[in-house]
Design a protein around this ligand. Sequence first.
Ligand SMILES: [Fe+2]
Length: 338
Amino acid sequence: MTFSFTHLTSALALAAGLAVAPMMANAAESEGIVVYNAQHEALTQAWADGFTKETGIKVTIRNGGDMQFANQIVQEGAASPADVYLTENSPGMALVDANKLFAPVNADTLAQVPETFKAADGNWVGVAARSTVFAYDKTKLKEADLPKSLLDLADAKWKGRWGASPAGADFQAIVSAFLELKGEDATRAWLKAMKQNASPYKGNSVAMKAVNAGEVEGAVIYHYYWFGDQAKTGENSKNVALHYFKNQDPGAFVSISGGGVLASSQHQKEAQAFLKWITGKGGQAVLRDGNSFEYAVGNGEASNPKLVPLADLQAPKVEPSKLNSKKVTDLMTEAGLI
Ligand SMILES: [Fe+2]
C-alpha cells in the first residue's frame, strides 16, 4: 500500500515537474536578461542585485573578458543569447559598435552621462571609469625619481625596473589610447622599448604584488587595484604608492567601462532598463559606496571619497570609438609582448 502510494506520488511529481519546467523556462526568458559581463564580477553582481531588487527583472551574468566577448558577439551575430554587454574598457565596445550590433541607447539613459563618458554615436554608454597609474615602490623611489610621462618608461634607465600585464584588456586599452594620442610609429617604438624594459605579469594584481615584493620598482596598472587591496588587509600594497601622470599624458588615460544593449536582444525594454539603472542613482551609488573603487560617471554622481577626484586627473582627451583593439594587438604581437 505504502509502496504503491509512494510510486504514485513520485509519478505525479514527475509529471508535474515535466509540465512545469518548460513553463518556468519560458517565464524566465521573457522576464530576465542575459549579461555578457567583462567587468569585475563583484561589481556587476552588485549592480544586478540592486536592479533585480528594484525592478523584479532577473539578471543572468556570464563572465568573460572584454575582447573574448566582443569577438563572441561578432561571431554570434543575430543569434547571440546576450541582451547586454558590459566591459572594463572601451575597445571591446568600439568593436561591437563597428559591427553594427548595438541598439541605440535610450535617450533618458544617455542624458544621465556626460559627453566625455559615452560613445559619440549614442550606441553605448560609460558605466564606470578607471585611471591609469604608476604603482611604485615607495621604499625605493622618491617623488623626483618617478617618470614624468608614460613615454619615459621607454628610456634605457628603466630597463628591468617596471612591469605591466600586457595580455589584459586594461593594459591594452592604455596602449590603444597611446596609439590614438601619439600615432603608430611612436607606439611601435614605445612597445619595442617596453619589451626590453618591462616584466610581464598575468593580471594587474600580480603586477602590483611584484612591486610590493620588490621585484620591480613600479607597474603601469589601474588605480582601483591599490585601493581595493588597501581596503582589505593592504598586504599586497603596503610598500606601494600611486603616481598619477596627469598633464594630459597618455599615462593619465582614464578608461571608460562601457555598457550596451545588443540589437538582437529579444528583451529590449528590460535590457535598456538595466543600462538606465546602472548609470543612474542606484548603480552609481554602488560605485560610490562599494569596494570596486572605480569612478562614478553619471552626471552629478559622486565617486568614492577616498579617490583622487576625476576632475584632478588631467586626463588626455580620447574619443573612445577610435580605440583600435585590432591595431593594438597587431602592434603588441609584433613587439613580442603578447
Ligand atoms: Fe580591472
